[in-house]
Design a protein around this ligand. Sequence first.
Ligand SMILES: CC(C)(COP(=O)(O)OP(=O)(O)OC[C@H]1O[C@@H](n2cnc3c(N)ncnc32)[C@H](O)[C@@H]1OP(=O)(O)O)[C@@H](O)C(=O)NCCC(=O)NCCS
Length: 166
Amino acid sequence: MVIKQATTSDLDAFYELFTEIMHEGYAGYTPSLINHFLTKDYNKTNFFLWLERFFRNIYIAIESEKVIGFIVGDYTYGGVAFISWLGVKEEFRKKGVGLSLYSVYEDFAKTKKAHLIELYTYPKVEPFYLKLGFKRVGVREQGYFGQKNYIMNKKLGEWDESALSS
Ligand SMILES: CC(C)(COP(=O)(O)OP(=O)(O)OC[C@H]1O[C@@H](n2cnc3c(N)ncnc32)[C@H](O)[C@@H]1OP(=O)(O)O)[C@@H](O)C(=O)NCCC(=O)NCCS
């Protein structure tokens, strides 16, 4: 398996897996919410623009020339790196792919001098993030899109004002 930073030329292969994992019912989202994400907030055009303008960073895991996993995060803001999406193709789960994708993003966050990584997740997935070293710092009973959100952080270091120029 190889992990690489996606560019706009990887968009189709990334988006094919993103769509597949969304249709599985990512995090318990309803079919209408998934349809909303795929046609509006997270459609392919938006991902193209985010990649092209370096608004979001995507790493993809590749096995036998196929994309089998992805992680989507930002480029850090105020020393905090935010992860928005992580997915591994079903038949490749529990083999360390999610952990490897996360590790590459964490390394990237360190190059940006981030002191914290943040995400929100769902009760079913929390054990995975606990294994990666995250701590739950809060709960929203009705958070984004009405879901129960577990807000999780992983501390990488101390806030460093010189990070502003990274
Ligand atoms: C969550 C997900 C990304 C994990 O990817 P993965 O490749 O299966 O994870 P890994 O194999 O790297 O697992 C790392 C560790 O976490 C554990 N783990 C993975 N998924 C877990 C889960 N759902 N519950 C508890 N532990 C889990 C693994 O057993 C492994 O532990 P070990 O090192 O002690 O064996 C994957 O299950 C997935 O794509 N799910 C659907 C989409 C999703 O829910 N994304 C996250 C939403 S916030």
